[in-house]
Design a binder for this molecule. Structure first.
Ligand SMILES: NC(=O)C1=CN([C@@H]2O[C@H](COP(=O)(O)OP(=O)(O)OC[C@H]3O[C@@H](n4cnc5c(N)ncnc54)[C@H](OP(=O)(O)O)[C@@H]3O)[C@@H](O)[C@H]2O)C=CC1
Ligand SMILES: CC1=C(/C=C/C(C)=C/C=C/C(C)=C/C=O)C(C)(C)CCC1
Length: 297
């Protein structure tokens, strides 16, 4: 049990309750997102599960509603691999909610075979980075009017081996499904850094998170990782344990001065030198705006 406790990692210890607060979590029908949604619902928030498969979302939502006795767990369609779907989700949300206190950009894909999103972006970049970039842009006014508000971006320790390959952003010249994931997770950290800079003084703060190595469906595209996860299961976090750092960044009091920073096991942690490069962060921001056809000053 003590080994298990060690590998379970940091625990979110704040008692903050969330009555009247509105939260959006992407990819919350399973894994880390679902456990994050469960805890936020337990604390009384109205929780929007934004997912690409509404049936899977409804099944998670009914489980969470039964478990937490919070009926305010709602499911809305959001496919991050299609900007039309992202815009439709945002339009619907903005029409029904006047406030948004926490946005958790949690959804992700890892190591999928080469493919492109509906808009022609390489899937890891398109879903993990550009999709969340656009979603945040579209919801930002609601976050600002609801301040203090937070944006949590679920990244990964593997950002350390990521690189932003501006000359081949869509990996058309060279594609490695492992590295494509790492690059997209570095993009999450750089986005968080640049977003924090641009949000200074608005009351909206943002954090990047490494959840730990967590048992979930993320490894579905790699039989090797599926096997490793099974073999080493005592050392791999449960989804509930994996949700703790996202919860910490969404809830903990006094985190505002650390906006833009990266957290693991509920503590601020060092990022790779590439993730600290302000020029890369700014360039990625500008290129992302161009690709998405938006103007975000
Ligand atoms: N598990 C781990 O060890 C680690 C995870 N992370 C990060 O944690 C986050 C959560 O992952 P985890 O819970 O482990 O993985 P899961 O695969 O269990 O959950 C990922 C979620 O993202 C959703 N998703 C995938 N593609 C899209 C899309 N196009 N549009 C909308 N939603 C989509 C999935 O939906 P569906 O069910 O329909 O496929 C699912 O709900 C990810 O960002 C991941 O990169 C970081 C480090 C380690
Ligand atoms: C070597 C090794 C492991 C593998 C770690 C790996 C492969 C981590 C990958 C992390 C990922 C995929 C992060 C996602 O963002 C285990 C299973 C922890 C058990 C202990 C030994």
């Amino acid at each position: 049990p003590s080994i298990r406790k060690f590998f379970a990692g940091g625990v979110c210890r704040t008692n903050v309750q969330l009555p009247g607060k509105v939260v959006v979590i992407t990819g919350a029908n399973t894994g880390i997102g679902k456990e994050t949604a469960r805890e936020l619902a337990r604390r009384g928030a109205r929780v929007y599960i934004a997912c690409r498969d509404v049936l899977k979302g409804e099944s998670a939502a009914s489980e969470i509603r039964a478990d937490t006795k919070n009926s305010q767990v709602l499911v809305r369609k959001l496919d991050l691999s299609d900007t039309k779907s992202i815009r439709a989700f945002a339009e619907g949300f903005l029409a029904e909610e006047k406030q948004l206190h926490v946005l958790i950009n949690n959804a992700g894909v890892m190591m999928c075979p080469y493919s492109k999103t509906a808009d022609g972006f390489e899937t890891h970049l398109g879903v993990n980075h550009l999709g969340h970039f656009l979603l945040t842009y579209l919801l930002l006014e609601r976050l600002k009017v609801s301040a203090p508000a937070r944006v949590v971006n679920v990244s990964s320790v593997v950002h350390h081996v990521g690189k932003i390959r501006f000359h081949d952003l869509q990996s058309e010249k060279r594609y490695s499904r492992g590295f494509a994931y790492c690059h997209s997770k570095l993009a999450n950290v750089l986005f968080t850094r640049e977003l924090a800079k641009r949000l200074q003084g608005t009351g909206v703060t943002t954090y990047a998170v490494h959840p730990g190595v967590v048992r979930s469906e993320l490894v579905r595209h790699s039989s090797l990782l599926c096997l490793l996860w099974r073999l080493f299961s005592p050392f791999v976090k449960t989804a509930r344990e994996g949700a703790q750092t996202s919860l910490h960044c969404a809830l903990a009091e006094g985190l505002e001065p650390l906006s833009g920073k990266y957290f693991s096991d509920c503590k601020r942690t060092w990022v790779s030198p590439r993730a600290r490069n302000n020029k890369t962060a700014e360039r990625l921001w500008n290129v992302s705006c161009e690709l998405l056809g938006i103007q975000w000053e």
